[in-house]
Design a protein around this ligand. Structure first.
Ligand SMILES: *Cc1c(COP(=O)(O)O)cnc(C)c1O
Length: 423
């Protein structure tokens, strides 16, 4: 890995000590060097400017450096950047918990803060399993998840990702043996799902699904109607329903939460990605009253045994509160609808390109699915040459821009995709 020149000293000296994610470090082309961000733009150290098509892994929904978020985080930085959350609470954390619960449907009313999406899913699984253990039910310890799903990179969450696309084959027996079913979208998959449920219900703690969009598993969409039977099945077999809205939460699919479109209330929901508007690391696992009540007891061992050091970091909570302010005061969902129209129009022309299998959009998500991508690294370089920051993975090229992106910036992105895929 050799660096492009001219490059700053810190790049030359630091790069040999960095291990990048999802990258074969022997063959990867040198990473670009970001110097500053603003709105939907990333300025590189060599002066080039890229339009961010993926909003920093779907987080920066208001664009970068939004003045309101900056002001709120700066204020928090001056009063209390961090304090532990064990035996102690603070205003930004409690305000945020209340505001999230006010926004969430039903009696989702208890928030447990963590600092990454994967850990929030682990906490959800622990809540589901321990709520049964606390009642003396020791056999309900497994999770049913779905093909195409993605729930994180930690050891426990890898085991609930798609077994083929995920890292199951690599880690084999190390992973917990969870139950992976097809998402019940048609007659055959519905039959298979119910057969699996019938066979395994007695050992299940929860059903875990990403509502409407399976994100990192390939940006696969399903109709809201798919989710209602999952709620019914969970009720019938007395297992909990966990919705992982880490990707879909905060407007990405067109409604504030994806579950609103299906009209269902999960027992537990996980949130992260756009929670702080892309400024700080934060995640939340929110439980319904009955889940919380399963932990109330005279027995200290019935408490939820989890506590990340930086949980409810005040800077992160201030950032999330500022982000919610912006959803209250600025027309984010209308912007998502406008983006959807622009993505649908802008990517339409890709349909007829050779090697394109599907073009689809939902909310502020636009996807071009190809037969295959043989060299994602080279594709990424081609997008950079077009002034676009787009990060293809598996066999898809996708856009998940900031909701504040301008019409012309979005046009540059969709035109860039068409140009690169035509070549
Ligand atoms: C990104 C993501 C996660 C993992 O979040 P991290 O913060 O990367 O640990 C889990 N579930 C879904 C649906 C995600 O999109």
């Amino acid at each position: 890995m050799t660096a492009p020149s001219p490059t700053p000293d810190w790049y030359q000296q630091g790069l040999p000590h960095i291990w990048l994610p999802y990258s074969q470090m022997q063959t990867i082309s040198p990473p670009i060097a970001a110097a500053a961000t603003h709105g939907s733009r990333i300025t590189l150290t060599d002066g080039r400017e890229l339009i961010d098509g993926v909003a920093a892994w779907w987080t920066a929904c208001h664009g970068y450096n939004h003045p309101h978020i900056r002001t709120c985080v700066q204020h928090q930085l001056e009063t209390m950047p961090h304090v532990m959350f064990g035996g102690m609470v603070h205003e930004p954390g409690l305000r945020l918990a209340k505001r999230l619960c006010d926004r969430l449907p039903g009696d989702l009313e208890r928030v447990f803060f963590t600092d990454s999406g994967s850990v929030s899913v682990e906490v959800a699984m622990k809540m589901a399993i321990q709520s049964r253990l606390n009642k003396g039910e020791t056999r309900r310890t497994r999770i049913l998840a779905f093909r195409g799903g993605y729930h994180g990179d930690t050891l426990a969450t890898m085991a609930v990702c798609d077994p083929e696309e995920g890292m199951h084959h690599l880690y084999g027996d190390v992973l917990a043996q969870q139950i992976i079913a097809p998402l019940p979208c048609d007659d055959a998959s519905t039959q298979a799902f119910h057969a699996i449920l019938e066979r395994h219900a007695h050992e299940l703690a929860a059903i875990l699904v990403e509502p409407l969009v399976q994100g990192a598993g390939g940006m696969l969409f399903h109709a809201p109607e798919v989710l209602r039977p999952l709620r019914e099945a969970a009720d019938r077999y007395d297992v909990l329903l966990i919705l992982d809205e880490i990707f879909t939460g905060f407007g990405r699919t067109g409604t504030f939460f994806a579950c609103e479109q299906a009209g269902i209330v999960p027992d537990i929901i996980t949130l992260s990605k756009a929670l702080t508007g892309g400024t700080m690391a934060l995640a939340a696992t929110v439980a319904r009253r009955h889940v919380f009540e399963a932990f109330l007891s005279d027995n200290p061992e019935h408490a939820l045994m989890h506590g990340p050091t930086f949980m409810a970091n005040p800077l992160a909570c201030a950032s999330a509160n500022a982000s919610l302010d912006l959803f209250d005061t600025e027309p984010r969902l209308e912007q998502v609808a406008t983006i959807n129209t622009a993505l649908t129009d802008g990517l339409k022309a890709c349909r007829t390109l050779p090697g394109v299998r599907d073009v689809r959009t939902l909310g502020a998500i636009g996807v071009v699915e190809l037969d295959r991508i043989s060299n994602p690294d080279r594709l990424r370089q081609a997008f950079i040459a077009q002034g676009c920051w787009v990060r293809p993975f598996r066999n898809i090229v996708y856009l998940t821009p900031a909701f504040t992106i301008s019409e012309s910036e979005l046009h540059t992105l969709t035109r860039g995709i068409h140009t690169v895929l035509s070549a």
